[in-house]
Design a protein around this ligand. Sequence first.
Ligand code: NAD
Length: 500
Amino acid sequence: MPETFKHTFDTPVFKGDVAVPLGLYIDGKWVDGANKTTIDVINPTNGKTFTKISEGTPKDVDIAVAAAQKAFETVWGLNTTGNDRSRLMHKLADLMEVNEDKLAALEALDNGKTFVWAKRADIAHSITCLRYYAGWADKILGQVIETSEAKLTYTRHEPVGVVGQIIPWNFPLQMMAWKIGPALATGCAIVMKPSEFTPLTALFMTELIHEAGFPPGVFNLVNGYGSVVGQAIAEHPHIEKVAFTGSTLVGRKIMEAASKSNLKKVTLELGGKSPTIVFDDADVDQAVKWAAFGIYFNHGQCCCAGSRIFVHEKIYDEFLQRFTEHTKTLKVGDPFDPENFQGPQISQLQYDRIMGYIDSGKEQGATLHHGGNRVGNEGFFITPTIFTDTKPNMKIVQEEIFGPVCVVIKFKDDDDIVAQANDSIYGLAAAVFSQNITRALSTAHKLKAGTVWVNTYNMLYPNVPFGGYKQSGIGRELGEYALSNYTATKAVQVNLHIKM
Ligand code: NAD
């Protein structure tokens, strides 16, 4: 039997006990991985191992897929009503509400995001997302299509079957909610792999899924390393669709595995190098605060982070001065201290990568305007960092850093700025700050990005689609758009009275 992680939180923001099963969840039961091996889970605040999860194997993926197939064909999929699925999903959302503090505390411990923001953003958004998709479960509608008076022709949007879902460490619970929401609503059965860096909230959620009463096999969770369990999911012949969020590098591997196996459907939500454009007619105070939120939220570990900030030359000096002052007010430290805005980066690997980018910025001749340092003696904390005097081909301008590091760049005119902003292999998000609605919207329409925020940043709603242009991904998550990822359209033609 797998072990349970038991922990008593005694922090300024949360006091209480949590218990999290550490195994794999297959066919409604907690089990150990086939090889009985484990993976260390590290607290990014101090760099120390605090628990171990069971490690899954390709054999466990096979067993999970078989359980999901059985559930899909007997008690789920077309054998349930939308109403029943909706009720279960609302029950799960109810349980999340009851446990919101525990979920936020686990996210802070495991990922390092602050408890306050985890509760306000990750947990709240995840609950809303599940309720949103619970509302869709009984509204998956086909069409009646007029062909001839002698025929009845209609479409059905049928669930695709067993789906694989591979999620990252930056928003562990939210990415789980974005993925299971549309899958459960449409009646798909799930095999999920959380990130090996941040498995705890997914494991706790799995216990809530069990408690909510979903039939065994509908949701299965297999922990493990990406190159082993993730790869086994991507290439499995009986998984009909795979949804992935993570790096562009791994996104390519998922597509390759899908194409070499059964041509499963693929949706990819990948990296970004998103531009924030501040025109000279912007409300500078607001632009400063939103731009800072755009890059520093979640310690810069956002696929849509606004890491390239372009500012019109007329207001550049004023913006930079106020942006720097604002950046200095953002406190970095213990995720359980409510005064802190930023916690540690996720891992030693990410810490080293980010510091490597900071070194490369300096080596390539950019000015390190602010930050660039380690904070404290343990854990993976980095000061919010600003570079200026950059050139377009520098690594810090072109590559996704995935940390609290931005470049602030001066621009001259409206035509040039669109070309500069679009000069990226990515196209996930962008932001425009201007009080001239025509200027703001004509710029927004020219930007190659899946989301464009005008006079705001990082606002996400479950009913608004999210996804990327170019190498930022394939397909859209959230909103009604996400449902089509999980359904296959069948056309049925009924002959009423045409004789052969
Ligand atoms: P990653 O892409 O390696 O991992 C994301 C998920 O994919 C994890 O669950 C991982 O176990 C799994 N995975 C890894 N290799 C796999 C494979 N061969 N087949 C199937 N699944 C596999 O991301 P990372 O290593 O955690 O972070 C590296 C970089 O990725 C970051 O610096 C950042 O640039 C980017 N990233 C982007 C996002 C995003 O939201 N777009 C999220 C996390 C990381």
